[in-house]
Design a protein around this ligand. Structure first.
Ligand SMILES: Cc1cc2nc3c(=O)[nH]c(=O)nc-3n(C[C@H](O)[C@H](O)[C@H](O)COP(=O)(O)OP(=O)(O)OC[C@H]3O[C@@H](n4cnc5c(N)ncnc54)[C@H](O)[C@@H]3O)c2cc1C
Length: 292
């Protein structure tokens, strides 16, 4: 099992994405500076998600590891890639000192030119990495099921295959209703998924994020979230504060329910992430003292 998920429980981590376009790398390191000062257990860097640059994932992850002495996680997708392309990236990650990969399939494109890559499912990528390399491997999971899965049960059956292929810990897709997470966690445990399940939390701090959340992953919008977005829609500061308060409440409840870890989708917004981290600091560290 990945040391970073057993050394500190509950785990606390952030996700960032590489900026689009060349020459923007310095802006992400300002964000990393601010996030690193919050002492997370790790920072993960997305790969090509939402149109962000692919090339910089390795560079950013490796710099986090070396300059900030923080464990970095590089996301890696295999959709549409050949075996050689995937191996080239894995070798580069190894050379640059990155030790943990979030192994993903990635989203299939809808256009007619699209072709599957060498690996059809993330579980195949996980098995390949575990067989040929020495990385810790994380995997993705979906409390409200993956959009392509016919049912949560079927999705969890495939999740179990992915875990059996060698996943050390799972990170969830964002969700806004903790009951969805608890239902999923119970079912996953009953199906034999016994690795840590880290909850992915995305603070809703601008109204447009709600539409993105729905189109990206089909997450359910609880009435309480819809209400504050509708009520404060034109008041940016009020939406932001209500979003921070909602995410704080979600995390406090998850910690009370014994969650293995919290992964904040920071959206590269260090100020918002700092507010939430400060709000939950007392609860998080009292739990860590008790459990370790
Ligand atoms: C924490 C997290 C981080 C992410 N980071 C990124 C990122 O950096 N870049 C990016 O592009 N995307 C990212 N994504 C999105 C992800 O790539 C998509 O959700 C993608 O559609 C599925 O990837 P997966 O690894 O979960 O796929 P898989 O685990 O392969 O699952 C995808 C679907 O296939 C089904 N399935 C799995 N195995 C089988 C099988 N043997 N037979 C039939 N069906 C099967 C599953 O039930 C599911 O419906 C992230 C998602 C999460 C939750």
């Amino acid at each position: 099992m990945s040391d970073m998920f057993t050394n500190a429980t509950p785990n606390f981590s952030f996700e960032i994405f590489p900026p689009k376009g060349a020459g923007k790398l310095s802006s992400i390191f300002e964000t990393v500076d601010a996030l690193a000062s919050l002492h997370p257990d790790l920072i993960s860097v997305t790969y090509g998600a939402g149109g962000s640059s692919r090339d910089n994932t390795i560079e950013i992850a490796s710099t986090i590891q070396k300059r900030y002495m923080l464990p970095a996680v590089a996301h890696l997708t295999c959709v549409g890639s050949t075996l050689e392309q995937t191996d080239t990236l894995l070798c580069e990650l190894k050379e640059k000192g990155v030790r943990t990969i979030l192994a993903l399939r990635g989203d299939r494109r809808a256009d007619s030119d699209y072709q599957d890559g060498y690996f059809k499912h993330a579980s195949e990528l996980v098995a390949h990495i575990k067989k040929h390399y020495d990385f810790h491997v994380l995997g993705a999971c979906y409390p409200e099921k993956h959009p392509e899965a016919p049912s949560l049960e079927e999705d969890i059956r495939h999740l179990k295959e992915k875990v059996d292929a060698g996943v050390d810990a799972l990170v969830t897709q964002l969700f806004l209703d903790n009951d969805d997470f608890y239902r999923f966690r119970d079912k996953a445990r009953a199906a034999g998924v016994n690795v840590p399940i880290v909850a992915g939390i995305m603070p809703i701090t601008v109204p447009v994020m709600l539409e993105k959340v729905v189109s990206m992953c089909g997450a359910k919008i609880p009435p309480a979230v819809q209400r504050f977005v509708d009520a404060y829609g034109h008041n940016a500061e009020a939406v932001r504060e209500a979003g921070v308060a909602y995410a704080t409440q979600q995390i406090a409840d998850l910690l009370a329910a014994g969650v293995d870890g919290i992964h904040i989708y920071s959206m590269n917004k260090a100020g918002i992430t700092r507010q939430i981290a400060q709000n939950i600091h007392g609860i998080l560290y009292s739990l860590r003292v008790k459990r370790t």
